[in-house]
Write a protein that binds this ligand. Structure first.
Ligand SMILES: Cc1ncc(COP(=O)(O)O)c(C=O)c1O
Length: 431
């Protein structure tokens, strides 16, 4: 009763706050027109929620008509620091006035500092910079294959690489080749050879697969984000570490989405105090303003990459490097991993205590990477996302019956409670 009243008060407050920060000019193009124009001119490779975002600040975004929403997607976890974080924006502006891009044909005066900071913070010896998550993941496959040939004595072109079923690491042909999700790979073959998928969260399957001496590497997300926030059993990551060490296979952790405080720790692997051989970062490493990604590894692994064997025009440029440095600083200065942990606990407790269990089968996640599984007899996840939008919170389904909730890590207690109220009222209101 009390919590319902508290929720109603917060919702009324939310209503009165909704419109008063961003007032688009009267001549602005309407959301409807913008959606129509995008449908006409833009490749239809996404199915966006019908909302046109025109401004962002902190945990909020506003549409072209000035309506305010809680952002519960955070640009697929790139916006861990929220929208327009003053320290990130200041760095973006300052560095772009000094030196933005040079290429790695020359040294620049920022990349070495960025790499020193990253290696010290995450406990590795070397950093290989790229731009997007998919490039960084593919880089780790390349490093592992090269390591397989040069250090594990695998015969040329025979190396095998293991992934887990339901992995998601992007859209390149290598990522499609590794995918078990038909929507991702169907119609894009022929695929890369030498890839094999084993069940996620299954140490027995891993131990059998790595006994093949041709296996050079194994890549997993410590929590499978896109496939519905699948949290593996406790001990899985420790087991992966032990098995990969025992059979001389490189373990790559794809922390592109789970890293940078998202799951309530610096990295999701920190929950089990294990260090992968290759740590892959992306998304929030660029502060939500610039694509910055890369792989961290020790010298014994990274030294297989020689001049000319791998690279990227933009990877490691001064602008991205400076932004990456600031992103790591903000993560630490503002204790965002800790905040993510605390806010996640509050959020899941509210949802677990108050959501109608007939409609929501499961609430799961860690830190601020969470999901609810919807009983398809009551609603489609997409329809719930539409209703949530109408109530001032935007998020997106990851599967037909799963909605992911991943707000910026700067969210405070009042905001997380208010958001939980919106979600609970919307879902419970379905019956
Ligand atoms: C775990 C994971 N790895 C890799 C990627 C690919 O990142 P990007 O879209 O920046 O290429 C994603 C994207 O969602 C991801 O979630």
């Amino acid at each position: 009763m009390l919590s319902t009243l508290r929720g109603t008060i917060r919702l009324i407050q939310n209503e009165s706050l909704k419109k008063n920060v961003f007032s688009p000019s009267k001549r602005s193009t309407s959301s409807k027109e913008i959606i129509q124009r995008e449908k006409q001119y833009v490749a239809q490779n996404y199915h966006p929620l019908p909302v046109v975002l025109a401004k962002g600040e902190g945990v909020f975004v506003w549409d072209a008509e000035g309506n305010r929403y809680f952002d519960f997607l955070s640009g697929y976890s790139a916006n861990n620091f929220g929208h327009c974080h003053p320290k990130i924006i200041e760095t973006l502006i300052e560095q772009s006035k000094i030196l933005h891009h040079t290429s790695r044909a020359f040294y620049n005066n920022v990349l070495s500092d960025f790499s020193k900071q990253l290696t010290e913070y995450f406990g590795y010896e070397r950093f290989l910079p790229m731009n997007t998550g998919v490039e960084a993941c593919e880089t780790s496959v390349k490093i592992s294959r090269k390591w397989g040939y040069t250090k594990k004595n695998i015969a040329p072109d025979e190396a095998k690489f293991l992934f887990a079923t339901n992995n998601f690491w992007g859209r390149s042909l290598a990522a499609c080749s590794a995918s078990t999700t038909p929507e991702t790979f169907q119609g894009f073959g022929p695929f890369l050879p030498g890839f094999q998928c084993i069940p996620y969260d299954d140490l027995t399957a891993l131990e059998i697969a790595v006994q093949d001496p041709l296996v050079c590497g194994f890549m997993i997300e410590p929590i499978q984000a896109e496939s519905g926030v699948i949290v593996p059993s406790e001990g899985y990551l420790k087991g992966v570490r032990a098995i990969c060490s025992m059979y001389n296979v490189l373990w790559s952790a794809d922390e592109v989405q789970t890293g940078m405080g998202r799951t309530g720790k610096r990295l999701a692997v920190d929950y089990e105090n294990v260090l992968p051989d290759i740590l892959i970062l992306g998304k929030a490493l660029g502060g939500g303003v610039y694509p910055v990604s890369g792989c961290l590894a020790n010298d014994i692994v990274m030294s297989v990459i020689k001049p000319g064997t791998h690279g990227s025009t933009f990877g490691g440029n001064p602008l991205g490097s400076k932004i990456g440095m600031r992103a790591i600083e903000v993560l630490q200065e503002e204790n965002l991993s800790e905040n993510s942990f605390k806010m996640g606990e509050i959020f899941r407790k509210e949802l677990n205590d108050r959501l109608n269990k007939k409609i929501v089968i499961t609430v799961r996640g860690k830190g601020l990477l969470n999901a609810v599984v919807i009983n398809p007899n009551y609603a489609k996840a997409w329809d719930i996302c539409l209703k949530l939008k109408d109530k001032g919170l935007i998020c997106k389904q990851t599967r037909d019956d799963i909605i992911r909730f991943s707000p910026p890590l700067i969210i405070n207690k009042d905001q997380i409670l208010e958001s939980a109220d919106i979600i609970i009222d919307t879902i419970n209101g379905l019956i």
